[in-house]
Ligand binder design. Structure first.
Ligand code: CDT
Length: 335
């Protein structure tokens, strides 16, 4: 017997943890045109920030690749008017984005922003940062699960070349900020249960996710009609199964001929959606959350220390794809 084998007292039977209230916003963007200048995009981000600040928001979350059009839809070698490097940020804040940092600091609002990052030594990542209310960058995340393909595939209506234009990120971290523990993930990451569990094991109580999700899925268009359902399904499950809040934020609408999912939302550890955008354009959705509520789940049904069985989960980290049983069950003890 260990201490963890004793039944936990009912949560109601001892003093509840003090509230850690936070007002958050999903700062959804509509389409960004192929040649829209950064200054125009940053002005749109600042407009959302100011609207959120006027509503008492303390943290606003922007989408994946929020400073440019979703350029992985093009094989740039075929597009003479595109300069691939122009889509990447070499500094953050940089000449255009400093306006966002300055205004956010003035208003005392933190933010999370997705952008294409180029490092001084030429590495390229699909990156998301977390900026505190004083304008300091507290965390940087580089997308771990890169979807799509590497080479030009002419049969597609449009490309999804994230695997050509970005390198793989390699860690899920969480940071102490906003009176809690905050983690980030980017778009395709939200479909993988490992994302939420890795972040929850790093202590995350609030997971911030930006996304660009075309409604058309070329390898299997029968999934097109399910985009909205799957978006909410995975984030709601991730929130509930890990006792954390999730803020999922889209760049939605018809961008350069490609229609993308909007439906940005804020999800509680109950798995319920607290607030949701109703358009596919620039829009905020806000919610008053309380990070102390996470413990109602992480200290009961999902008390990891007590109930998880990592000794049984070895294959989760040692094995990449399924290894089904042999073609007959002969030799398997239980038949
Ligand atoms: N940006 C991103 O990761 N989008 C993917 C699209 C599907 S894969 C071609 C997503 O998972 O939403």
């Amino acid at each position: 017997m260990t201490d963890l084998d004793h039944d936990a007292p009912a949560l109601g039977s001892h003093k509840a943890a003090p509230s850690r209230a936070l007002k958050v916003a999903a700062g959804q963007l509509g389409p960004i045109a192929r040649h829209e200048p950064r200054s125009s995009v940053v002005a749109r981000l600042v407009a959302l920030l100011e609207e959120a600040a006027a509503d008492g928001v303390e943290l606003i979350v922007y989408p994946e690749l929020a400073l440019t059009t979703f350029f992985p839809r093009w094989y740039v070698e075929n597009e003479p008017d595109l300069d691939l490097d122009s889509f990447y940020e070499t500094e953050m804040p940089g000449p255009d984005t400093s306006r966002l940092f300055d205004r956010a600091k003035e208003l005392g609002v933190g933010f999370s922003l997705g952008y294409a990052e180029m490092t001084p030594d030429g590495h390229r990542y699909n990156t998301q940062i977390l900026v505190d209310r004083d304008g300091s960058t507290v965390g940087k995340y580089r997308k771990v699960h890169l979807p799509g393909h590497r080479e030009y595939e002419p049969w597609r209506e449009f490309q999804h070349l994230e695997r050509r234009y970005f390198e793989l990120g390699d860690s899920f971290d969480a940071w102490r900020a906003f009176n809690g523990v905050v983690g980030m993930a980017t778009c395709n990451d939200r479909r993988w249960p490992e994302t939420y569990r890795s972040l929850a094991l790093a202590g995350a109580e609030l997971i911030l996710i930006g996304y660009n999700t075309p409604l058309h899925y070329a390898p299997d268009p029968s999934q097109n009609r399910l985009q909205g359902f799957h978006n909410h399904l995975v984030m709601q499950a991730g929130a509930y199964q890990n006792g954390c809040y999730v803020v999922g934020v889209a760049k939605g609408g018809l961008e350069e001929g490609v229609d993308s999912l909007a439906e940005s939302c804020i999800i509680s550890p109950t798995g319920e959606i607290l607030a949701e955008c109703v358009t596919d354009g620039d829009e905020i959705a806000t919610a008053d959350i309380d990070l102390a509520i996470c413990a109602k789940f992480t200290q009961t049904l999902f008390q990891f220390e007590r109930y998880r069985r990592p000794e049984v989960y070895g294959t989760h980290v040692t094995q990449k794809g399924p290894i089904p049983p042999p073609t007959t069950n002969k030799g398997h003890q239980d038949g």
